[in-house]
Design a protein around this ligand. Sequence first.
Ligand code: PBG
Ligand code: ZN
Length: 340
Amino acid sequence: MSSPTETDNPGPPWPRARPRRLRRTAPLRALVREHAITPDRLVLPLFVSEVDVTLAEVPSMPGVHRWPLERLPEAAAAARDAGLAAILLFGIPAHKDARGSEASADDGIIQRALRKLRESGHDGLIIADVCLCEYTDHGHCGLLADDGTILNDASLERLADTAVSQVRAGADIVAPSAMMDGQVAAIRGALDAAGFEETAILSYSAKFASAYYWPFRDAAGGAPKFGDRRSHQVDPGNAREALREHAADVAEGADILMVKPGLAYLDIVRRTREAFPDHPLAVYNVSGEYSMVKAAAERGWLDERATVLETLLGFRRAGADFVITYHALDAARWLAESTD
Ligand code: PBG
Ligand code: ZN
């Protein structure tokens, strides 16, 4: 008995669409593919630590490490060699206090890291995260009043000082993540006054109060000692509010916008792209999104490579120009090996 052919079952005689024509072979699929992910659209977050003397793997983020200062140039070189767009630096200081003094200290961990990378000849883009929560003993993103509430305007100067000290030490871009009202304007003003008019601000403009940051707190040790971040980060129920946050940051001089986290907020990515068609847009594929895939892949429940590349493509399709992801090095390697 011969196998069935299309002529045995010719289907309806009327003209009809045949989308499968263009899906038949890999070259045909490549010819009509609308979006692609490439290493130069990926940013790798790196944790540099004053506390760890050896490379320390973050327990809830397999494959992610806290780098001792001495070894940070290796990590930065790997990112550059893989063709990644940039690295995004977070610091883990040895000393914390109520004002987060080490965030803006000239010999703070981030400032030392930036100088070390520049001295080691690192010529890739370096973005510095600007927040106080890794540096305050209470773990909040700003200064606190006696009743434990966050003082918005008093925190602005701290954030601005931090950004200026980072740029002085060699940061190409500063990325304020504290979600204080007016932080972009305060940082822009301080940078300009210090003669850094040319340095760009990547604003965490729409940063939601998300449960997906949990592993990051394990990595950077910046969990709040009491309370949470819902008094300053965007409520997950709100989309229009995210657009107002972007608009405020644009008015204050943000050069690049961001939506964070990614997967649960793809509608925000799309709406941001449409509302701000002329602005560069980043999406932060956060720690919890990384850890979920890792955990499932370790159990053999997901194909990590296929899952990650599909997710990254989704961010691009939704409208992001680039993606900040802990999977950046893996993705670059997979893309280099990729045949389809
Ligand atoms: C600090 C900061 C956080 C992240 C980036 N910067 C944590 C938080 O706001 O609680 C989260 C990154 C991630 O989860 O990967 N403000
Ligand atoms: Zn913070």
